[in-house]
Design a protein around this ligand. Sequence first.
Ligand code: SF4
Length: 728
Amino acid sequence: MSEKMNLDNIAISVQSHRLLDSLLDENPDLKKIMEDSANEAEVLDRMKQWVFSTYKEREEALSYYGAKKADRFMFEQLSWQDYAIIRILDYIDHAGETYEDLNRRGEIVESDPFRMLWLAVQQGTGGAKPGFFEDMIQLFRQLRGDTDRVVPGKEKLESWMDRYPSGLDPRIVQLRKENKHRILSILIKKISEGTVKSRSYTFPEGLSGEEKYAMAEEWWNDRKFHLRFAVRNPDLLNEMLGYSLDPDTMKLLKEAESAGIPFFVNPYYLSLLNVREPRFAVGADLAIRHYVLYSKALVEEFGHIVAWEKEDLVEPGKPNAAGWILPSHHNVHRRYPEVAILIPDSVGRACGGLCSSCQRMYDFQRGNLNFNLDKLRPNEKWPDKLKRLLTYFEEDSQLRDILITGGDAFMSTDRTLENLLEEVYRMAARKQEANKSRPEGEKYAEIMRIRFGTRLPAYLPQRITPDLARILRDFKEKASGIGIRQFVIQTHFESPMEITPETKEAVGRLTDAGWIITNQLVFTAAASRRGHTAKLRRVLNDIGVLTYYTFTVKGYKENSHNFAPNARVVQEQLEEKVMGRIEKEHYPVLRTFADDAEHIQEKINGLRSKADVPFLATDRNVLNMPGVGKSLTFRVIGITRYGRRILEFDHDETRNHSPIIGKMGKVIIIESKSIPEYLQQLEEIGEDPLEYTGLYGFSMGQTEPRVPLYEYPDYKFGVTPDYTNLEV
Ligand code: SF4
């Protein structure tokens, strides 16, 4: 841990002075406190008195501020001004606290906004940057009631959503045909010339150009073709994109390559990128583009990335950060009592592509690259190991939900998946059998939910073959017989442009097999543009996919390019997603969705029209905390001199946690980007910052309740309250 920097003598810039002047001109009371106070203690004291006396009428604000545990109801009672009152009081209460800023390689930062302001006023020092003063100006405008929150109406939201075509739009389908033609032509040439060689994909002697193309078009439907010819270096990437990448981007990508960041973009996914920007789809592919192309911050930080997920650091036999004892280093992860993740030793450790903000970059920088597909094939010891790992689920008192993921679960072969499901079935049956001899109230939770985590419906829908669908259908039929109730494919779409005719077909196969599909979105800067996520929700619903989580980007500076501040996450939740809110009266219908995946599309359409909403807002906006679990219950309690906000998170009260939660404090997150930087980035990608008015004001959040669709069904017997495999 490095030393705290002393900023007292650091002069502020001219721009900061100008902003400070505006702040003081607009707020004579604040000016007086800052000018008349002799020291920091006096500043804080007078600020607190001033807020309490001026805003004593704001009872909701003061009780929310003072509450040990505020809830969603209290949150919804707050006025716009209340947010500012609470933030100022929190700034005062947390003044002088220091934190390790992992965005700056562990630098110790102190949050003391009013001291920084006082130093700026008194001496022109304190080191605060313009972003800090801009945030402060907005805070006091909100406090004075000079900025009102304008909630956009349905029409406005529709107009924002209309900016983003989906991949099902006929004009986009046509563009993708052109892209496919370009990519295939390049590959045909390379295969014919022998510059790329593959035993499975060669042309017999004497084929005409047309015949070769027809053959290659057949290959396009085969997932193995895409994995074999995935692009693994920047030059080929540029060639496949018609040399459309600009020289600055290429320079950066080459630096990324030298730094050891892997590239893995399969031809299908590459065909989703525009090489010319059509007028009707300007910026539409940006969320995809930012997932494929690496940022400067990532390249610079690669080699210094710090793990975000503490609970994923596992030593068998010792409790992880959440207190769970796990059976292996790399195969089982667990945060909650009811569910654990199973990662097979198979090609399922790889993915169909590499998302630029993936948390696995941490692992990649240590040389654990997961795109060596041949090496990832399961060895002969895997079946035995699988049995041992599943014993963990069988002998655990609370586990009822098994999430098979990777990497990407569907990267595994059909055979691996079929074996795996067979073993899961046997384990679930044994767990049930063992329960028969346990007395009522002491029984173990039986397996009732099976999930696969896969992004292949987006990365490589060709993987969802009739054979895979058959395996899933057969398993469901058999497993339903022993009481397993929920069969879920958990996927990850970022953009409506990822929903293509191929995706639609793949999704149809999965739902026809009786599995519901839920989506987890990562709320990147490009995905956070007004209307983008709302449109994605609608298009997903159109093809029968339900939304599950909208995640804040994880990580530190390496992911700062893709990061959208939590203020925007809350704004999106309250101003856009709210249009798809499902009232409680519709919950009984929602509950039936999981039992009838085959008719999910009609069910979604029926509910959308009955509730008169453009999409079903079944997802929760959350941050995956570096500690235990997910939450969006937070308050901004500080700010760095750069204007990056310091958030204090509390755990999600709406779900069961490991009992360790009682011993854990709140979680501090220092954001990697200030609000002014974010707004500037939005402007650079063509957004009008005025459309984000009010963004600064969202300084608090409360985790939304989970919709009943995602609850575990009740057992007909009493489950033991005792926990196994836990050491707190
Ligand atoms: S699909 Fe998931 S695990 Fe794979 S690279 Fe993307 S974010 Fe990472």
